[in-house]
Write a new protein. Structure first.
Length: 266
């Protein structure tokens, strides 16, 4: 493909993003960076380019000698042409239990293991309904509960990686939100009214909606919570390691909790 054709293809991609992809649902903007591609947006790009995800190759690692236990998934995911069945691109994604948002959990003083002096631990003060209370960060000894979460995260990262490469859309998008530290999501100023007012298409689904996810992130930012504190809050409140795994009921509960309390790290 010559330079002119490449430029035309990129312009067609920009037009598709502008007219058919929904900000806050298919992609979002984090701070002043390029838009970040979400999983629904990656799936839309697969549709428009005639691609399908093939069978994932999964590599699993576990080391029980480490504290906390180390679990890792590495996923290779092929994108296949729907026209001739050829593999167009292979994306790679990984996730492990020693990532900061999974490696630790927050507990109250009475939940501290006896062999962990609280003076040596990172602390955070939470303002709850009945006053302030302190929690301590300890190694997460409930890693097995995160097994499915880590696998899903690795698969999602592999899909995003494959789509960005196969569609050459890395000029427009960057990595998914889970790999960024900033929690601030804003809408692109160029979005037209039709996109801004498009209804939430997740109605009727048992999973968290994008609107709920955005509200949780906004409330967390308003209360000064960084990524680590929010992930700890989600894990403590729901027992799940990521927002995408929450049901709508769990998301509503989390929104209520974020409205009533805020952690102040010290």
């Amino acid at each position: 493909m010559d330079f002119g054709a490449l430029r035309q293809r990129l312009e067609e991609l920009r037009q598709f993003v502008k007219e058919y992809m929904v900000p806050g649902e298919d992609y979002g903007i984090i701070g002043d960076s390029k838009p970040t591609l979400f999983k629904p947006g990656a799936e839309k790009l697969c549709d428009v380019y005639g691609l399908s995800a093939g069978e994932a190759h999964i590599e699993f690692t576990r080391d029980d000698t480490k504290n906390p236990i180390y679990i890792s998934y590495r996923v290779s995911l092929p994108l296949i042409s729907r026209i001739d069945g050829k593999i167009i691109m292979v994306g790679v994604g990984s996730a492990n239990s020693w990532e900061k948002k999974y490696r630790w959990r927050w507990v109250t003083e009475r939940e501290l293991p006896p062999d962990l002096p609280k003076e040596t631990l990172k602390q955070a003060t939470f303002d709850g309904k009945y006053g302030s209370y302190i929690k301590y960060r300890i190694p997460n000894d409930e890693i097995d509960d995160l097994d499915n979460t880590l696998l899903k995260m690795a698969k999602k990262r592999a899909l995003i990686d494959a789509v960005l490469s196969a569609t050459r859309s890395s000029a427009l998008f960057t990595q998914d939100i889970e790999d960024l530290e900033d929690l601030t999501i804003r809408q692109p100023e160029s979005v037209d009214r039709r996109q801004r007012t498009q209804p939430d298409r997740s109605t009727g689904s048992p999973d968290i909606s994008q609107a709920q996810k955005n509200l949780i992130l906004r409330k967390a930012q308003e209360r000064g919570m960084d990524t680590e504190a929010l992930n700890a809050f989600v894990l403590q409140a729901t027992g799940k390691g990521e927002l995408d795994s929450l049901t709508k009921q769990e998301a509503s509960k989390l929104i209520d909790l974020l409205t009533s309390g805020k952690p102040r790290e010290r």
